[in-house]
Ligand binder design. Structure first.
Ligand SMILES: Nc1ncnc2c1ncn2[C@@H]1O[C@H](COP(=O)(O)OP(=O)(O)OP(=O)(O)O)[C@@H](O)[C@H]1O
Ligand SMILES: Nc1ncnc2c1ncn2[C@@H]1O[C@H](COP(=O)(O)O)[C@@H](O)[C@H]1O
Length: 184
């Protein structure tokens, strides 16, 4: 059974690789960014609250995020495994997730950290064309990543759960490297 977490800066290819592995292992791909974008599109109460943070490239506050993940991990389809992409993004989210998984008697098998240099990330995101992919917001998201999210790497390294993979290769090469280190 695979329960995987993707870490890595914005534009590292987490969503791309998570989708490929989700198809390969036939488990759900849970992207908090995608869940939020759907909520914004549908103008749900969560979407209305999250929109401004997302447009600015800021993190959506923890109280909203924790509820979102809690409910998604209660769905029936996650019993067979899951891939989390975009969560946790802060040490407090990582700690929340640990407690939640202990409560539901699950354990993540592997935390995959995609490593890609900042300048590659910027050009990848400028080519992606998402609403929050203008240069100013991209640079702000990168700052937030280095400040708020990079400490999550140490959190999992200290718990011997971290595997870092070079994300600065072709998409197929990254997938191949990932499947070598994952033992489903
Ligand atoms: N190995 C790769 N080589 C070149 N381009 C890539 C690679 N992996 C992904 N991309 C492209 O880079 C862009 C960002 O990829 P993706 O959306 O998967 O990143 P992400 O880590 O999920 O980003 P975010 O955290 O901002 O959602 C996309 O346009 C994608 O097609
Ligand atoms: N885990 C998260 N914590 C706070 N904010 C989040 C989280 N996941 C997503 N967000 C917000 O959504 C956008 C887009 O996310 P992507 O993972 O890049 O698709 C992000 O900038 C945050 O505003």
């Amino acid at each position: 059974m695979s329960r995987l977490i993707f870490l890595g800066p914005p534009g590292a290819g987490k969503g791309t690789q998570a989708m490929r592995l989700a198809n390969l292992y036939e488990i759900p791909h849970i992207s908090t960014g995608d869940l939020l974008r759907t909520a914004v599109q549908e103008q749900t109460p969560l979407g209305k609250k999250a929109q401004e943070y997302m447009d600015q490239g800021d993190l959506v506050p923890d109280d909203l995020m924790l509820d979102l993940v809690l409910h998604r991990l209660e769905d029936d389809d996650v019993a067979k495994g899951w891939i989390l992409d975009g969560f946790p993004r802060t040490v407090s989210q990582a700690s929340f997730l640990d407690h939640l998984l202990a409560e539901i008697h699950q354990r993540c098998n592997c935390v995959l950290n995609l490593e890609v240099p900042d300048e590659t990330l910027v050009s990848r995101m400028l080519g992606r064309g998402r609403k929050d992919d203008n240069e100013q917001t991209i640079r702000h998201r990168l700052e937030i990543y280095h400040h708020e999210t990079a400490p999550v790497i140490d959190y999992y390294r200290e718990r011997n759960q971290l595997v870092s993979v070079n994300g600065n290769l072709s998409m197929d090469e990254v997938t191949s490297e990932l499947t070598k280190v994952i033992h489903p």
